[in-house]
Design a protein around this ligand. Structure first.
Ligand SMILES: *[C@@H]1O[C@H](CO)[C@@H](O)[C@H](O)[C@H]1NC(C)=O
Ligand SMILES: *[C@@H]1O[C@H](CO)[C@@H](O)[C@H](O)[C@H]1NC(C)=O
Ligand SMILES: *[C@@H]1O[C@H](CO)[C@@H](O)[C@H](O)[C@H]1NC(C)=O
Length: 153
């Protein structure tokens, strides 16, 4: 099959508050709290991926499943290690891509993360994802991030 490049735009929702959490802290170091960087914190996610920014009214297109680890002592930056599992559309449903890379989540900048593989239609995938924070609630930790994922497969 001919190699192609697919661009997928999704909104990724970390929900730390309310009755349907999709992000949980599972480990911390003694310094996690005292440090602005949350260094040592480990978080597991099963986040909704939607086609629009509003979690309630947008269409669910998949889940982001995996974890991130706060791994920078000097600023808030995490190692993202997650699968984007697509559940909508006849073309993408059942396929996934794996993302692993550094995410300076609080920087305000666009963060680039490598796509390191995939399954289904995305077998042999490589590429990159650009994450841009769309909304962040500092009191709950809830966040919505726009991900533009460019996948060669
Ligand atoms: C989404 O729905 C939940 C539960 O129905 C509600 O608590 C929340 O305020 C809604 N969020 C938005 C942005 O509308
Ligand atoms: C996605 O695939 C699953 C498993 O084959 C199926 O149950 C589901 O209905 C499909 N969803 C959509 C939106 O096509
Ligand atoms: C952040 O979440 C709190 C608790 O749900 C809510 O009261 C507040 O309005 C939210 N702030 C923003 C900016 O959405």
């Amino acid at each position: 099959e001919q190699e192609t490049t697919t661009h997928i735009k999704v909104y990724w929702h970390d929900v730390y508050s309310g009755p349907s959490l999709t992000a949980v802290e599972v480990a911390r170091s003694p310094s996690t709290n005292s440090s602005k960087t949350l260094f040592g914190g480990v978080y597991v996610i099963d986040d909704a991926l939607t086609d629009g920014p509003d979690l309630n009214s947008s269409r669910l297109v998949g889940r982001a499943q995996g974890m991130y680890v706060s791994s920078d002592k000097d600023e808030l930056a995490v190692l993202m290690n997650m699968n984007l599992v697509f559940t909508a559309g006849s073309r993408y449903n059942g396929s996934s891509v794996a993302i692993m890379g550094r995410n300076s989540a609080a920087s305000g900048a666009v963060r680039e993360m490598p796509v390191i593989g995939g399954t289904g239609i995305f077998r042999w995938a490589r590429g990159y994802a650009l994450g841009t924070t769309y909304a962040f609630n500092i009191s709950t930790g809830d966040a919505t991030v726009e991900y533009n994922v460019f996948i060669r497969h």
